[in-house]
Write a protein that binds this ligand. Structure first.
Ligand code: CP3
Length: 355
């Protein structure tokens, strides 16, 4: 199949395709027994940095479900790690980083280290692209129809973890720094914005056909701060990618942004707006120009529950978006307790048409 024949890539470029292509955030993960089997072999960062392992983990959900998109197995926190910030994934706790709280902490980060430190990630992308576009060796009758997606965290969300030093519900230290020491916070954001654009361009050069910016915590900011720390850096990254690698679609995911998601879509230049579980896809669709592709937004807990409740809601979302470019996805990542059979049921429900 030619590149332009990939259903997901076509929709990311603005074409309506029926039934909609699908992939799931966190489709490679702990809910899959084959992922858990590899998990014992190496810690999380080693898995991300070992092309054999990262390639295999990325392909696991493609083999099982023939997803339309394969998202690189990595993490948004690999960028701060590559700049020299300490990072550990602690079992049961999540990521733990040496927090950035001062200019001296910031000065210890070195964006020039990123290309060398992330070389294995680029190698993984190149291998994946070769496998996905090559003869069908992955046993999912893919025949070159799967689109390879790269990604990064958006600067604000990455800054949340860098400043806080760990996950949080509110990220008070981060918002506190943005308000109390705006110059320091802006310098951190500027560094992240540049490094993120460079890394995404490198991912595209290595084989990614589209890239996604995860702004998981953007919804914590009030409107003016959202404009400054979410819309402005995202626009800068999108412009940089468009200038350097024209035509590569960028998916933006301003999670929990509510009504600000419309301004985000109009102002940042993202080609695709990914919506979280709480967004009304139909209302968003009316508010936005119809050349913007929408992605989303089944509740991951409906996927956990499975059954009729899941298939009915999935079809309702799919059918409401018929005729506009839409990528079917969840509103957030697959939760670890999800039975793998439910994912199979969901994929069938979205692909089955005519009843
Ligand atoms: C905020 C964020 C992170 N990472 C990510 C986000 C944005 C999306 C979101 O809001 O969920 C993005 C991410 N993380 C991971 C991917 C890989 C691709 C995919 O399958 O979607 C992607 C795209 C793998 C991962 N990233 C992580 C795992 C679990 C690692 C393990 O326990 O083996 C995976 C598969 C670890 C991680 N990484 C992060 C946290 C908070 C945690 C711990 C909590 C958790 O385990 O879910 C930071």
């Amino acid at each position: 199949m030619t590149e332009t024949g990939k259903p997901l890539l076509r929709v990311l470029q603005g074409e309506a395709v029926w039934p909609p292509p699908l992939w799931l955030m966190r489709q490679a993960g702990r809910y899959l027994p084959e992922f858990r089997a590899l998990r014992d072999k190496a810690d999380f960062i080693t898995r991300c940095m070992t092309p054999d392992l990262a390639t295999e983990i990325t392909l696991q959900p493609i083999r099982r479900y023939a997803m339309d998109g394969a998202i690189l197995f990595s993490d948004i926190l690999i960028l701060p790690w590559a700049m020299g910030q300490s990072l550990e994934f602690v079992h049961g706790t999540g990521p733990v980083l040496g927090p950035i709280r001062s200019q001296a902490d910031l000065d210890r980060l070195d964006p020039k280290r990123v290309p060398e430190a992330t070389a294995p990630v680029m190698e993984t992308l190149t291998r994946l692209r070769g496998i996905l576009d090559g003869p069908d060796t992955i046993g999912a009758a893919q025949g070159g129809r799967t689109t390879l997606l790269g990604f990064a965290g958006a600067p604000f969300t990455v800054a949340c973890y860098m400043v806080e030093g760990h996950g949080s519900r509110e990220f008070d230290a981060t918002r506190g720094m943005a308000y109390a020491d705006p110059l320091l916070f802006d310098r951190l954001m500027a560094r992240l914005t540049e490094a993120t654009a460079d890394m995404l361009v490198a991912q595209i050069d290595a084989g990614a056909e589209a890239v996604m910016l995860f702004d998981s915590w953007s919804g914590l900011l009030p409107p003016n701060q959202f404009r400054r720390h979410v819309i402005a850096p995202t626009r800068a990254i999108v412009q940089e990618i468009h200038a350097r690698r024209p035509g590569v679609p960028v998916i933006g995911f301003p999670r929990l942004a509510g009504v600000m998601a419309t301004e985000y879509a109009r102002e940042t230049g993202v080609r695709v707006l990914a919506l979280d579980t709480g967004a009304d896809m139909t209302a968003m669709s009316r508010l936005l120009p119809d050349n913007i592709t929408l992605q989303g937004n089944l509740d991951p807990l409906l996927l956990l529950a499975g059954g009729d409740a899941m298939t009915q809601e999935a079809r309702a979302i799919r059918d409401a978006m018929k005729g506009r470019p839409h990528v079917f996805n969840l509103g957030h990542g697959v939760v670890p307790a999800t039975p793998p059979e439910h994912v199979g049921e969901l994929v069938r429900a979205v692909r089955e048409i005519g009843q």
